[in-house]
Design a protein around this ligand. Structure first.
Ligand code: G6P
Ligand code: MG
Length: 221
């Protein structure tokens, strides 16, 4: 029986995935590395330092910087990201997400967040939805996606079993993490990237609590 829903944040609840991409693109350009939206699929869901490593590897510059220099670049990326958040004053939820979160809550399911972003609490607050979540997994103390740890931590905080959870992600790394956690995986985005998910919808507009539960039931029985 399903008892809880665990959500990714960037690219699922809000459109901040695009802002992370813009900020990394700007940092990469300064390092003379070009990244495009196809490459960005590999960055989605991946932590800040790990993302930088992937970018450096992509540009053939993995051994060009000291740890200290890398930290400075990562901090700069976070500053770009935060200034984009501020510029983008009207930070909004993706279509239909508020309704979906409320439906889940009002139907008596528990709700948790499993985001790799250290900015997640700030974003939930800016959206005014912090109180909807029973728990937030903490990316500073567990391994990042594609390891299952953030989802396992979220389930443990909610005191539910992993097979009682449905998790929603827009990232390849996130779907892998959900699968490794033994949960039902819902993907939002292009099926080409998310084929390991149990159920994929192109955008958040197509997400509905009922349909997700039907898909889970069909897989289970
Ligand atoms: C999410 C995003 C990634 C981002 C990561 C860390 O998983 O999908 O693009 O790199 O969080 O975010 P942070 O805000 O801590 O830099
Ligand atoms: Mg995401």
């Amino acid at each position: 029986m399903i008892k809880a829903f665990i959500f990714d944040l960037d690219g699922v609840i809000t459109d901040t995935a695009e802002l992370h991409y813009q900020a990394w693109k700007r940092c990469a350009e300064k390092l003379n590395i070009t990244i495009d939206s196809k490459f960005n699929e590999r960055l989605k869901g991946v932590g800040r330092m790990e993302s930088l490593e992937l970018i450096l590897e992509h540009g053939g510059k993995q051994n060009h910087f000291t740890e200290k220099e890398k930290r400075i670049v990562a901090e700069e990326k976070n500053e770009y990201y935060r200034s984009l958040l501020i510029e983008n004053q009207s930070l909004e939820m993706l279509p239909n997400m508020h309704t979906l979160l409320l439906d889940i809550k009002h139907s008596g399911y528990k709700l948790a967040l499993a985001s790799a972003s250290r900015n997640a609490p700030l974003i939930l607050q800016a959206l005014g939805i912090t109180q909807l979540f029973d728990s937030l997994a903490d990316p500073s103390i567990v391994k990042g996606k594609p390891a299952p740890d953030l989802f396992l931590q979220a389930a443990a905080l909610l005191k539910v079993e992993t097979q009682e959870c449905i998790a929603i992600e827009d990232a390849q790394s996130g779907i892998e993490a959900i699968n490794r956690a033994g949960m039902f995986a819902v993907g939002v985005g292009e099926v080409t990237y998310l084929k390991q998910a149990d159920y994929v919808v192109p955008t958040t507009k197509e997400l509905s609590l009922n349909e997700i539960l039907v898909r889970w039931w069909e897989k289970e029985y």
